[in-house]
Design a protein. Structure first.
Length: 186
């Protein structure tokens, strides 16, 4: 059974997200920084905290495809079947972005990076909050990814609401695949 923060902490996290804030939470290989994927102000906060160039784009994770459906253009049955071979799992796919996706989220790309996570705590968090989340490693660009809630609290202090949790057993970040071309980018 995945660890899930208590209802008071979930409520606090939801409030933080609704106000354009950033949270840190456990994922497959490290802690992630996240926010509401449609909140441009929050996305810019994540980019500023990481000192990440805004042209690169960010990943969005979800508990299931329904949480990200509005972020991608309609998929064919064959494309959905292909995704179901990998999800839930540590595979991030580049899919054509819908018009709803803010440029701050997708960067200079016309596609969006999305993953249906198999990490129990991250999936439970998305379900409890009722939303997909931006998911980028909790660290400044080019530095080592943070692996514990304690490291996140020390690094980000009150800029980020850090939730308790345990990272998964993966040593590497998710594999990134362009669904259209089949090309593995990471």
């Amino acid at each position: 059974m995945p660890h899930l923060p208590g209802s008071a902490l979930r409520h606090k996290a939801l409030g933080r997200l609704r106000r354009g804030g950033v949270i840190a939470y456990s994922t497959e290989s490290c802690f992630g920084l996240g926010c509401n994927p449609l909140d441009v102000r929050a996305i810019k906060r994540v980019l500023a905290i990481k000192a990440r160039p805004n042209h690169k784009g960010l990943i969005v994770i979800a508990a299931d495809f329904e949480q990200i459906r509005h972020l991608v253009k309609p998929l064919t049955a064959a494309q959905r079947a292909e995704l179901s071979r990998y999800w839930p799992g540590p595979y991030t796919f580049l899919l054509p972005a819908s018009r709803r996706v803010p440029p701050a989220l997708r960067g200079r790309h016309h596609k969006i990076a999305v993953r249906v996570t198999a990490h129990g705590e991250a999936a439970a968090l998305c379900r409890a909050l009722g939303t997909a989340l931006v998911s980028t490693s909790a660290n400044r660009a080019g530095q080592k990814s943070l692996k514990t809630a304690r490291e996140c609290r020390k690094a980000f202090k009150d800029k980020v609401l850090t939730l308790p949790g345990r990272i998964g057993k993966r040593r590497k970040p998710s594999t990134i695949i362009d669904l259209e071309s089949g090309r593995v980018l990471r």
